[in-house]
Design a protein around this ligand. Structure first.
Ligand code: OSB
Ligand code: MG
Length: 372
């Protein structure tokens, strides 16, 4: 197989509901859609779901654009490969930049699977008919607004709720949600905002009292030892997100006892191939996994659904229906959650959803068109 053309489209979509984390507030997201074309005219789509600002990770939409144009596309164009697992090696000299790499990796998987006539889900080894979907709820202006959001999504059937927390918005909102929903599967995500200081440790120990499924990324990404010390004091499992970008970091985290759960994001790991490898390492080491999200549009979301079908993804994932995020997605059909579950697509070749290419082209504010 040989990719002879790589196109990229910068597309923005407004969020249905403004989203605030410990680091930023967003009402509109801009992602990069990638279309690859092989020497026989076959195509595949991928998505670079990088945030616009370097607050979640060092990458941004602008850096992804530069990396794709200057390094990743040139490394892949005109090169022969047999399986999408080999794409990572083609741009292996490029350090980091996992969100940008993931866009090319996903497009390569979609292209290869369409050529082979198989779904990405089955090619990856997915086994689940449906995945359990959770929702990630941002920091709201008031407790009543938050309780309304929880109520709305629980009523829609979502299987668990994740709350974003930050100093000043942690114990109180968790207590209020737990009081209103005593049996709800509930977890929190701090996006690394806490530090190993007395005041924050008191807060984290207080959160241990609410029967949470996990506390996600309390400390900064590099703070594996601190996560290990905290895990020793908590009965709630710690889940790592930002800390784990590759298998070496996963190995170090396991050695440090830094957490019992891994949030696998296709983007953060650099694509479906490395995400699948992380799923295997986690399974071998007794680490539970689930699939995290980056408010993906339909292409990245379809990739998340496919990988969340793998056997190890036993916990509900941040893979909600398209309508939780966007009034109209860029796939011809939205991704739908029914009673809190999303069906894994095995019948159609590729990602299982078609891109509305005309809509992508008309929404695009910038384009790349590179050939071998
Ligand atoms: O930390 O998991 C996170 C969104 C943007 C950046 C980071 C995160 C998130 C989410 C949303 O939690 C997950 C989703 O519903 O896509
Ligand atoms: Mg997270």
């Amino acid at each position: 197989m040989r990719i002879d053309r790589i196109e990229a489209f910068r597309v923005g979509l407004p969020l249905v509901h403004e989203f605030q984390t410990s680091s930023h507030r967003k009402s509109r997201l801009e992602h990069i859609l990638v279309r690859v074309t092989d020497s026989d005219g076959g195509t595949g789509w991928g998505e670079i779901a990088s945030p616009s600002d370097p607050y979640y990770c060092p990458e941004t939409v602008d850096t992804s654009w530069l990396m794709l144009n200057g390094y990743l596309a040139p490394a892949v164009l005109g090169r022969d490969w047999q399986h999408p697992d080999e794409l990572g090696a083609l741009f292996g000299k490029v350090r980091g930049n996992h969100f940008a790499k993931a866009g090319v990796d996903i497009a390569g998987w979609d292209l290869w699977c369409r050529r082979e006539g198989v779904s990405v889900a089955s090619a990856l080894g997915a086994v689940r008919e449906q995945i359990d979907a959770g929702v990630s709820l941002g920091i709201e202006p008031t407790l009543d607004d938050l309780l309304g959001q929880v109520e709305l999504h629980v009523a829609q059937g979502y299987r668990r709720v994740k709350l974003k927390v930050a100093p000043g918005w942690d114990v109180e909102p968790v207590r209020a949600v737990r009081a209103a929903h005593p049996a709800l599967a509930l977890q929190v995500d701090a996006n690394g905002v806490y530090r190993e200081i007395a005041e924050h440790l008191d807060t984290l120990l207080a959160l241990d009292e609410f029967d949470l499924t996990m506390i996600e990324q309390p400390f900064a990404p590099g703070a594996l030892a601190a996560h290990g010390r905290l895990q020793e004091r908590l009965s709630t499992p710690i889940c790592l997100d930002e800390s784990i970008e590759d298998l070496d970091q996963l190995d170090s985290a396991i050695a440090a006892g830094a957490g019992r759960i891994l949030n696998i994001k296709v983007s953060r790991m650099g694509g479906l191939s490395p995400a699948r490898a992380a799923h295997q390492v986690a399974a071998d080491n007794g680490i539970a996994v689930w699939c995290g999200g980056m408010h993906e549009f339909g292409v990245g979301r379809a990739a998340n659904v496919a990988i969340a079908g793998l056997p190890g993804f036993a916990l509900p994932s941040d893979v909600s229906g398209s309508d939780k995020y966007y009034a109209k997605d860029i796939t011809t059909e939205p991704i739908v959650a029914v009673d809190g579950r999303v069906a894994v697509r095995y019948q159609r070749p590729g990602l299982g959803y078609d891109v509305d290419a005309e809509r992508v082209q008309s929404l695009a504010t910038d384009r790349l068109d590179l050939r071998s």
